[in-house]
Ligand binder design. Structure first.
Ligand code: MV4
Length: 452
């Protein structure tokens, strides 16, 4: 087992990893930017090293500084958390070259799944259903147009190096295809330094259902249930839950087995997520794979009682998967709401500043993942996640009731938060019934105007 882990991250996920290390008896090293000196991850870690100025490209993204910090502190492994360097294959390579274990998949696995066109190609070769579309990337505009005609309109053009909704264009009809294709390529080049794009049939009202998987170094991969992440705004997830109200036991097993087949084929090590779009007629399609621990992982932890972060560390140290799902049963229902320092009624404009009052919700089945406290100043440099409220109940109704009460009693003053907006969403008839999809917020603009 490792003796000391450097956490190459900040905020709530850094605290989450530190807790897992403490339970495993592993020492911790926090790294921080000049804006995060007063952060709790710095206080709770055994060692602390400043990386540089506040902007992340000068601190949390500085590979050489992070590796130097690990060497100085004597860390034998690095946990990247999510975001920042978590899906950077070059960083994972540099760790290996410096004799430091990167807690996550191999550089090759990160690279393969990071190229969304190659991931799609691999999935289809393994009989994991993919959305009808091009075989890999297409360069030639005429060839692309004939692929689009073949699959039928509307189509969506996606950047191979994109993912998570970045670099996508929809073409409704043949007349708008050539321009959309050109724009998508230009945006892909500008945004990712790679103009490669691929084409898919555009699904109008899909659900986003993702399968949590975990693999060990002996080649064993298991699936650990799904999360429904359909409630999103501009590709930012707002609410996640497990199990998904849109799929049944048989479908869960089917998606899980497909996800495992894909991951096993590449000898996937660590925690990963295989994303699917599920259409209203029950057909499902592979979309992409994320090679990191995700923000919403606690939802899965609540319905399984697993500690996914501890398990990531154990498998990275070469131990076999210690998780066991009895009869693949998920226990009860969990929901997560992400609370951000943003003004939901002013186009989600960021609201950094100092927290004057803080009181978290509590009670049975309520978990709050946060790094904030009264007196903490939310810096303007990073994403605006303040806290995740995760509730568990025996039924979805019980979980929903707990979430309503939790949001009601969550007091954060000094910055504007998205809590009032989240309350409205979970009180919407379509959310309550479970009959929702990725277009819910677009269909309901009233959710975004202040109550009168
Ligand atoms: C799609 C789609 C419809 N059809 N692909 C958005 C995130 C990125 N991973 C892919 N995304 C989508 N891909 C086809 N062929 C609709 C979306 C999409 C979406 C997906 C999941 C959750 C929220 C979404 C919001 C808008 C669009």
């Amino acid at each position: 087992m490792f003796t000391k882990i450097l956490i190459a991250n900040r905020g709530e996920i850094a605290l989450r990893v530190i807790r897992a290390c403490k339970e495993l008896g592993i020492e911790t090293v926090a790294v921080f930017s000049e804006a995060d000196r007063e952060s709790l991850h710095v206080r709770f870690a055994d060692d602390e090293i400043c990386l540089g100025p506040p902007p992340s490209r000068l601190s949390y993204l500085r590979v050489t500084n992070i590796i130097a910090a690990a060497e100085i502190a004597g860390a034998d492994a690095i946990h990247p958390g999510y975001g920042f360097l978590a899906e950077n294959a070059g960083f994972a390579e540099t760790c290996a070259a410096s004799n430091i274990t990167f807690i996550g998949p191999t550089p090759e696995q990160i690279r393969l799944m990071g190229d969304k066109a190659s991931a799609r190609k691999l999935a289809s070769e393994l009989d994991v259903p993919v959305i009808p579309g091009s075989q890999g990337a297409v360069e030639d505009p005429d060839e692309a147009a004939s692929v689009a005609a073949e699959i039928g309109y509307p189509v969506i053009i996606k950047a191979a190096a994109g993912g998570g909704g970045k670099g996508m264009r929809v073409a409704e009809d043949p007349g708008s295809f050539a321009q959309a294709f050109q724009l998508a390529r230009n945006e892909a080049l500008a945004g990712f330094g790679d103009a490669s794009v691929y084409i898919e049939k555009f699904l109008g009202r899909p659900r986003h259902v993702e399968i949590q998987i975990m693999g060990d170094q002996a080649g064993k991969v298991m699936h650990i249930g799904e999360r429904d992440c359909s409630i999103q705004r501009r590709h930012q997830k707002l609410i996640e839950e497990s199990p998904s109200p849109g799929i049944d036991r048989a479908m869960r097993e089917e998606l899980g087995n497909r996800a495992v087949r894909l991951a096993e084929h590449i000898g996937y090590v660590g925690a990963g997520t295989v994303e699917f779009l599920v259409d209203r007629d029950g057909s499902y399609y592979f979309m992409e794979m994320n090679t990191r621990i995700q923000v919403e992982h606690p939802v899965t932890e609540m319905v399984t009682n697993f500690d996914l972060v501890k398990e990531q560390i154990r498998v990275a140290a070469g131990e076999p998967l210690g998780l066991q799902l009895r009869g693949n049963q998920l226990r009860g229902h969990a929901i997560e709401c992400r609370v951000n320092a943003e003004d939901p009624f002013r186009n989600f404009q960021p609201s950094p500043g100092t927290i004057t009052t803080y009181h978290p919700p509590g009670g049975p089945g309520v978990r709050v993942a946060t790094h904030i406290y009264a007196g903490y100043t939310v810096p303007p440099f990073y994403d605006s996640l303040l806290a995740k409220v995760i509730v568990h109940g025996r039924t979805r109704d019980e979980a929903l009731s707990r979430m309503n009460n939790a949001l009601d009693s969550f007091i954060i003053e000094g910055v504007t938060t998205t809590i009032p907006f989240l309350q409205r969403v979970i009180q919407h008839a379509d959310f309550i019934s479970g009959d929702f999809d990725t277009k819910l917020l677009e269909r309901e603009p009233d959710l975004l105007t202040p109550a009168t």
